[in-house]
Design a protein around this ligand. Structure first.
Ligand code: PLP
Length: 370
C-alpha cells in the first residue's frame, strides 16, 4: 500500500492552467500587483465575504507584516498550541511572546486566562483559530477593548470558516491566512492579510512592497511580500474548485466522526451549530482510557503506512528559543501540555478514498475490540 499522509494538495488538471500561463507570457507582467493579483484579491473578497484582501508570498511574511502594520511592540499574548510560525513572527519583530493556556474544548486561547497575563507592556493578542475552530472572538474583543489592545488572528487554518453566518476573518483588527501546500486552499505557497478598511489595506500594500508609495517615495522600511502573477493565476484556478474540495473533506470528517463516536479513550472536537467548518484537520485525542499510549498508536499507524501527525507536539513554548520565558513554564500551560501529549491529526484531504479512511478507523478500533 502506498503511504497515506496527513494531507495531500488538491491540484487542478494541468491543462487547465496553460491558458493562464499563456496570458502571462503574452503580457510579460510577472509581479508587482498585476492583473491576476488584483483579480484574485477581488475574487477572494467575494468568496470569503470580507472587505479587503492583501495577498502575500506566504503566511509567515503576512504575519510579520500584520504586526508591523499595527505597530505592535512590547509583549503580545499568544497560544503555545500552534504551528511555530505564530510565535516566530513575534520574535522576528522583537516582541516578547507571553503564552497563555488553551481551552480544553476549542483548543484555542482560554479567555479566562488572558487578563491575568496582561502587563503595562502588553499591546496585542495574537490568537489562532486552531484547526479552523473559531476562537471565542467576542470575549477576546471585549478584553482587548477594555485594555486597549489590538487583536490579530492567525487564521492559517480558517479559510472559509464562518461564525454566526459571517466570515470568522471579519473579527479582530487583522486576520492572516496561509495558502501553503498543506492548507485547505493552496497556491503552492501563499498567504494574505484580511483588512477591515481601505486605509489599513493601503498601509499593508506599501509595507509588502518595500514601503514604496510611488516611484520616488518610501514611507516605511517595508519588505518584499508580494504574491507573483503565476501564483495569483494558480489561486484563481484553485478557487473554482474549493467548494467541491470542502464537500469531499466534509464527507471524510463525517465518516471519522460516526465511526469513532463511541470508542473509549478517543475524543474529537465537537461541531458547533454556530460555525461552518472547513474540515481542514481531523484531530483526535487519545486519553488514558484507550488501550495504547498516543505515541504507540501513532507508531502503529506509521507501521501500517499511515503518516498521521502530532499537530501540535511539541508545544511552541517547549522549543529552545521560547522555553526560558516565564510564561513557558509547564505549570502555566497544563491544558496545552495535556492536549499536546494526546493529539493525533488523522489524514484528511479531498482525494482520500473512503477505503483508506475505513482502514485507518479499523487500525484504531481494533485495539478496543481485540
Ligand atoms: C501554516 C501556518 C502558518 C505559516 O504559513 P506559511 O504560509 O507556511 O508561512 C502560520 N500559522 C499557522 C497556525 C499555520 O498552520
Amino acid at each position: 500500500m502506498k503511504p497515506v499522509y496527513v494531507t495531500q494538495p488538491h491540484l487542478p488538471p494541468l491543462n487547465d492552467f496553460i491558458p493562464y500561463l499563456e496570458k502571462i507570457w503574452d503580457s510579460k507582467i510577472l509581479t508587482n500587483g498585476g492583473p491576476f493579483h488584483q483579480q484574485l484579491e477581488q475574487e477572494l473578497c467575494e468568496h470569503l465575504g470580507v472587505k479587503h484582501v492583501a495577498l502575500f508570498t506566504n503566511g509567515t511574511i503576512a504575519l510579520l507584516t500584520a504586526l508591523q502594520a499595527l505597530r505592535i511592540t512590547g509583549e503580545v499574548i499568544t497560544t503555545p498550541y500552534s504551528f511555530v510560525a505564530t510565535a516566530h513572527s513575534l520574535l522576528w519583530n522583537g516582541i516578547k511572546p507571553v503564552f497563555v493556556d488553551i481551552d480544553s474544548k476549542t483548543l484555542n486561547l482560554d479567555p479566562d486566562k488572558i487578563e491575568s497575563a496582561i502587563t503595562p507592556q502588553t499591546t496585542a493578542i495574537l490568537a489562532v483559530h486552531c484547526y479552523g475552530q473559531p476562537c471565542d472572538v467576542e470575549r477576546i474583543q471585549k478584553i482587548a477593548d477594555n485594555y486597549g489592545l489590538k487583536v490579530i488572528y492567525d487564521a492559517a487554518h480558517a479559510f472559509g470558516v464562518q461564525f454566526k453566518n459571517e466570515s470568522i476573518l471579519n473579527h479582530g483588527d487583522l486576520s492572516v491566512l496561509s495558502f501553503h501546500a498543506t492548507k485547505v486552499f493552496n497556491t503552492f505557497e501563499g498567504g494574505a492579510i484580511i483588512c477591515p478598511d481601505a486605509k489599513i489595506k493601503q498601509r499593508i500594500d506599501h509595507l509588502k512592497n518595500f514601503g514604496f508609495v510611488d516611484e520616488v517615495t518610501v514611507v516605511a522600511p517595508g519588505i518584499n511580500g508580494k504574491m507573483s502573477e503565476i501564483i495569483s493565476a494558480f489561486g484563481l484556478l484553485q478557487l473554482k474548485n474549493i467548494d467541491d474540495a470542502l464537500q469531499k473533506r466534509k464527507a471524510i470528517d463525517e465518516r471519522y466522526r460516526s465511526a469513532l463516536k463511541n470508542i473509549k479513550g478517543i475524543q474529537y472536537l465537537s461541531n458547533s451549530l454556530e460555525n461552518t467548518a472547513n474540515y481542514s484537520y481531523f484531530p483526535i485525542l487519545v486519553n488514558a482510557e484507550y488501550p495504547l499510549y498516543r505515541d504507540v498508536l501513532f507508531q502503529k499507524l506509521r507501521d501500517n503506512n499511515i503518516y498521521a501527525r502530532r499537530y501540535f507536539y511539541p508545544l511552541i513554548s517547549d522549543f529552545p528559543m521560547y522555553r526560558g520565558l516565564p510564561s513557558a513554564v509547564v505549570s502555566n500551560l497544563p491544558v496545552a501540555q495535556k492536549i499536546s501529549n494526546e493529539v493525533i491529526c488523522l489524514p484528511i484531504y479531498p482525494d482520500l478514498p473512503f477505503e483508506k479512511v475505513d482502514y485507518i478507523i479499523q487500525l484504531i478500533v481494533d485495539e478496543i475490540t481485540s
